[in-house]
Design a protein around this ligand. Sequence first.
Ligand code: IMP
Length: 424
Amino acid sequence: MPVTVIVGAQWGDEGKGKVVDLLGDEAQVVVRYQGGNNAGHTIENERGRFALHLVPSGICNPDTTAIIGNGVVIDPSALRAEIDELESRGVSTANLKISGNAHLIMPYHILLDKVREMSLGNKKIGTTRRGIGPAYADKAARVGIRMQDLLDEKIFHQKVQAAMRSKSDILRLVYDQNVAGLEVECDRYLQMAETLRPYIADTSLLLWQAVAAGRSVLFEGAQGTMLDIDHGTYPFVTSSNPVAGFACVGSGIGPTAIDEVWGICKAYCTRVGEGPFPTELLDDTGRRLRDVGHEYGTTTGRERRCGWLDLVALRYAVRVNGMTGLCITKLDVLNDLDEIEVCTGYVSGGQSYDEMPPHQSDFHHAQPLYQSLPGWKADISGVRRWEDLPAEARGYLDFVAESAGCPVVLVSVGPRREETVRVR
Ligand code: IMP
């Protein structure tokens, strides 16, 4: 297995966790490169069910090195809780390595995320309120606190005090918040510092050594292409770059090291939070997709918005990620449908589009053009080989691959690991 990036092809929640868990057995190194504990995926294996938010999925395999790269933002309390949960259930975290350059989500970031969302009213982004945006904003403003700052109390205090000066004013004067206990909350991070010290490492070097030695490496993207701060539906996006290109930036490795980019895509579409979603179904079919697909957020428990597969957005995701393979998940959720619609284009402002409209307003007003494909009306969860899928299901997948311009390499037909059809 070469160096592979696993990337969300839609608005997140595509089932990346299952694919990473599956491929993680073959990977010697698994790397998170962006996002923070706004992500969440559940993995199931012989040790039970684990809800991971920050720690890479590969942690359950004792032979795999799990890396949290410099591009991730870390809430130390959330990280500590996740490590404790894993250890208490017999999963060793000895192979977890964390970049000293990864930025910390501070208590004032979480507060700012909450109050900003509240003040936006019906213009809110619908964030996970985990402080992700404010933490990345401070990184760009060069007033962020990094993982390595935890290891030097004096530097930590200096940096927190400098960062807090303007934050306190904003929180007090603009958002009418009581900031009295905030600095004490920041200091609590120092109490965790010694227990986190063993995990902090030069992860860029570790990764380079692994690649040079020909080890198999899996980059585990969080969120999805349409939530990318540069390439997604800005401003209704997360504050990092989920796209495959950022695997390099967020881990400290060059683009020539990457061999494969696999995009994970549900057989339909979902989105949490606000923002445009042309194929959203507000009717019984949408509710049915939500019920059958259990479309509720793992991190926040929110109901996901559901709709038909958007092939315009998928083709775009294939392009901006340079995808070499598509993994279609949750195909079984469509089992009972007579007809399945797929969006092959949009109409907006009297113009038709078969690629993403470059202007935001055209995308916001995009009306989907659908093609109807026949359903298979059969339980496919027991299928393990491509040739055993019903002809209509193969037809559906072939249509998706052809329209997206990328071959299907894996199909998921149920939540369990074995409920998978490997095409390659
Ligand atoms: P933030 O990442 O918490 O700032 O939220 C920004 C947007 O990204 C919101 O619409 C969130 O619902 C969405 N988002 C963040 N993380 C995920 C995820 O893991 N899956 C799906 N949506 C996400």
